[in-house]
Write a protein that binds this ligand. Sequence first.
Ligand SMILES: Nc1ncnc2c1ncn2[C@@H]1O[C@H](COP(=O)(O)OS(=O)(=O)O)[C@@H](OP(=O)(O)O)[C@H]1O
Ligand SMILES: [Mg+2]
Ligand SMILES: [Mg+2]
Ligand SMILES: [Mg+2]
Length: 357
Amino acid sequence: MSIPFATEKQVAVAAVRRACLLTSSVFNKLVKNETLTKGDKSPVTVGDYSAQAVVNTILGRAFPTDPIVGEEDANELRQESGVIMRQRIVELANETLTSELGLGEMVEWGLGPGQERTPEELMDAIDRGNHAGGAVGRMWTLDPIDGTKGFLRGEQYAVCLALIVDAQVQLGVMGCPNLPVDASNPDGPKGCIFVAVRGQGAQQMAVSGANPTPLTIPTISGDSLNFLESVEAAHSSHSFNSRVSSVLNITRAPTRMDSQAKYCCLARGDGGAYLRMPTGVGYREKIWDHASGAILIEEAGGIVTDSRGSSLDFGLGRTLGENFGVVAAGKAAHAKVLAAVMQAKAEEEEEKTKARV
Ligand SMILES: Nc1ncnc2c1ncn2[C@@H]1O[C@H](COP(=O)(O)OS(=O)(=O)O)[C@@H](OP(=O)(O)O)[C@H]1O
Ligand SMILES: [Mg+2]
Ligand SMILES: [Mg+2]
Ligand SMILES: [Mg+2]
């Protein structure tokens, strides 16, 4: 009997690995006119676009009928003003797609020497990410660089790819080129890939795909718990998290880290809980910011909910809809953290009411 999602896992690992090689190599060569500011004021670089072109090209060859919900689109690149960036993206994507085959890769996925794509094919590949999402059928979701701000600072970021079937995440692959392989040796080798398949567990492996090691979230109790949180204060409320820490008598400072690398660290026990509380009303979390991280935590034996205890709903389109914030932790810690979040919320409301009277 064949193992469910075995081919999907192999393709996704290859796609994420190639995208990681691209983003690591582009970082040192990024120049000023290779970053744009999007409508929501967030940055996007030639690295984000070319990583999306690479991953979508590979998925398009391996699974031609699967739709993709990807963060980026090629609108800006198709304009006259986007010509220089487009040329650079085509060069980077082709360099990455045509390099020699690595561990577990197949020439049928359009990889290897001689498999150059035209600029049009690569722009179309980026735009394959325009799918609207939804509750029915198979779809991939891709964040070609999650934590673009971290990427630009030379800190943490992740290439994140997940397969969703009928609103359930079945497979998640995350590549973290700047993450130390072993948290206890922060100056040691960097770069790891995290993989989870529903019912088959979670793993960390080298960027080459070698040395897969199973991951289980260790049980952390009492005040030794600590939080992982966003670097950007605009993305999640640091002050609310510190209130939750007080409720739980946590004295350790939170670990601030960009991107879904937070989920990866939690899965291997580098932190006790990931807390992401909205900073204002109106922002809806994107499915590509959480799908691969959520399955990694679940397969490593943890729980992921929103801040009200509801499960994350990946079947509502490109966003998580009404889900409010994220709470991720090991099985034992999750209930405790969620209760503390509710208490902190109640305290905050009470203070606001008092301040109004
Ligand atoms: N207002 C607001 N609230 C919550 N989240 C937001 C907001 N604006 C952006 N984003 C998304 O945050 C993604 C970055 O993830 P993190 O917050 O974990 O990392 S970081 O602290 O920003 O570096 C980031 O992902 P990338 O764009 O892929 O970097 C965004 O999708
Ligand atoms: Mg972005
Ligand atoms: Mg993101
Ligand atoms: Mg991104």
